[in-house]
Design a protein around this ligand. Structure first.
Ligand code: GDP
Ligand code: IMO
Ligand code: MG
Length: 428
């Protein structure tokens, strides 16, 4: 196996960053392919924490190429800040970064519209709960064929014309949403700042799709890093409470610009329970003390926005859907330690609707059917083999794997890189 895709199997924040960091040991190139700075991936290495939003989570392996694919929407200022933070830690100092010139750019007016829509929606009980990072508006303009791409940051005249045209379109929308149309001076400053950022990023830009296809052709190991999770997919997720990109494994091919025949393996990441940030259905959500307990034990606060994450029991029907949508051949289970100390742990194995049991979530509200599994005491953080786990935790892992119909390749028992039980090598 030389080409592996890692995707979130739930609503994001499954621990993709940690797993991508681990798998990068075996990769030559890591490609982030979709979304933008709505993502927040936390890496903990020897107790040191790094949160990546745009830069691939393989960044802590000096010398390994980090590619930002054309399917991304990139905020150039956030990216520059992230590059600086990495460089201050001695990372990304060897020309490892390649940014696709076809990737779209997020400018301040995308964020303005995102925020105004959320505020407007909130007053009407219709907010999506976005990260307000301008993701939806940037993808909308891309689909409307009016977007600004990375290459445009290197062409001042084109950028000026494109931004002026965008703002002509958007002014009535801004007014309708109760916002202030930006002044000419403000817009000029946005453009000037974007051009400065473009020049700083220029040495890192190039043809990402060709590069990735070339290294795959050379037989190198390439790891595709998904952002968000399958249930936030624009086409197949819990629409309209989704993000605006393709978060399933197919998105890796589409966004990075390679064919599906080049992919060898797909690994899904799932927490031992479930979380969701923002609005939208979450049938296994726990409210009150039970939800608070999971949130506090798991540190479930957004890595990007700091928002408290909604917490609940593992939803196997939803996980099966993720497995199907992404063709996952194995799963990595994270945060098993967070469930320790509970007398018993529940897992939703099916939904009941009109007297029928369903093994994937229906579109209409339905009743979750739970299986209860005995709990376990604190896990040893130095567990490196399944046999190091207490018997009930082992049984939980086996039960989930059977219910999901997919084997685990890794079980994570703490945030640190070292707190991991490795079962199989996805590149083997
Ligand atoms: P991502 O967006 O999928 O990369 O996930 P996030 O980084 O947003 O959220 C996952 C959080 O869980 C981060 O704070 C990680 O450091 C942490 N984490 C990852 N694996 C484990 C684990 O096995 N146990 C615990 N306790 N924390 C973990
Ligand atoms: P990572 O990669 C969790 C959610 C938002 C909101 C919806 C739409 O860290 O797993 P957007 O800003 O994308 O238009 O918001 O999607 N969302 C995420 N939730 N983790 C993420 O990324 C997310 N990226 C977007 O909370 O519900
Ligand atoms: Mg996250």
């Amino acid at each position: 196996m030389s080409v592996v895709i890692v995707v979130g199997a739930q609503w994001g924040d499954e621990g993709k960053g940690k797993v991508v960091d681990l798998f990068t040991e075996r990769a030559d190139t890591v490609v982030r392919y979709g979304g933008g700075a709505n993502a927040g991936h936390t890496l903990v290495i020897d107790g040191q924490k790094l949160v990546t939003h745009l830069v691939p989570s393989g960044v802590c392996h000096p010398g390994k190429a980090c590619v930002l694919g054309d399917g991304m929407v990139i905020d150039p200022h956030t990216l520059l800040e992230e590059i600086s933070e990495c460089q201050a830690r001695g990372l990304l100092t060897r020309g490892e970064l390649l940014i696709g010139l076809g990737a779209h750019v997020i400018l301040p007016y995308h964020k303005l519209i995102d925020g105004l829509r959320e505020d407007h929606g909130a007053k009407r009980g219709k907010a999506i709960g976005t990260t307000r990072r301008g993701i939806g508006p940037a993808y909308e303009m891309k689909a409307a064929r009016k977007g600004v791409r990375m290459r445009d940051l290197l062409r001042p005249e084109r950028l000026r014309a494109q931004v002026a045209s965008n703002l002509d379109d958007l002014a009535p929308v801004i007014t309708h949403l109760g916002g202030q149309v930006p002044s000419k001076a403000e817009v000029d400053k946005w453009i000037d700042d974007a051009l400065v950022a473009g020049e700083k990023l220029r040495p890192h830009t190039g043809d990402a799709g060709r590069h990735v296809a070339k290294v795959i052709g050379e037989g190198k190991h390439v790891l595709f890093e998904g952002a968000q999770g399958c249930l936030l997919d624009l086409d197949h997720g819990t629409y309209p409470y989704v993000t605006s990109s393709s978060t399933i494994a197919a998105g890796a091919c589409q966004s990075a610009g390679i064919g599906p025949t080049m992919i060898d393996s797909v690994v899904g990441i799932t927490k031992a329970y479930a979380t969701r940030v923002g609005e939208g259905p979450f049938p296994t959500e726990l409210h009150g003390e039970e939800g608070d307990r999971l949130r506090n034990a798991g540190g479930e606060f957004g890595a990007t926005t700091g928002r408290p994450r909604r917490c609940g029991w593992l939803d196997l029907p939803a996980l099966r859907m993720g497995v199907r949508l992404s063709g996952m051949q194995s799963l990595a289970l994270t945060k098993l330690d967070v469930l320790a100390g509970l007398p018993e742990v529940s897992v939703c194995d099916a939904y009941k609707l009109d007297g029928k049991e369903l093994d994937e979530p229906p579109t209409d509200p339905a009743e979750p059917i739970y299986v209860r599994i005995p709990g376990w005491e604190k896990l040893p953080s130095n567990a490196r083999s399944i046999d190091d786990l207490p018997a009930p935790a082992r049984s939980y892992v086996q039960t989930i794997s059977q219910m999901a119909g997919v084997p685990f390749c890794l079980v994570s028992v703490g945030p640190d890189r070292s707190e991991t039980i490795r079962l199989t090598d996805p590149f083997a």
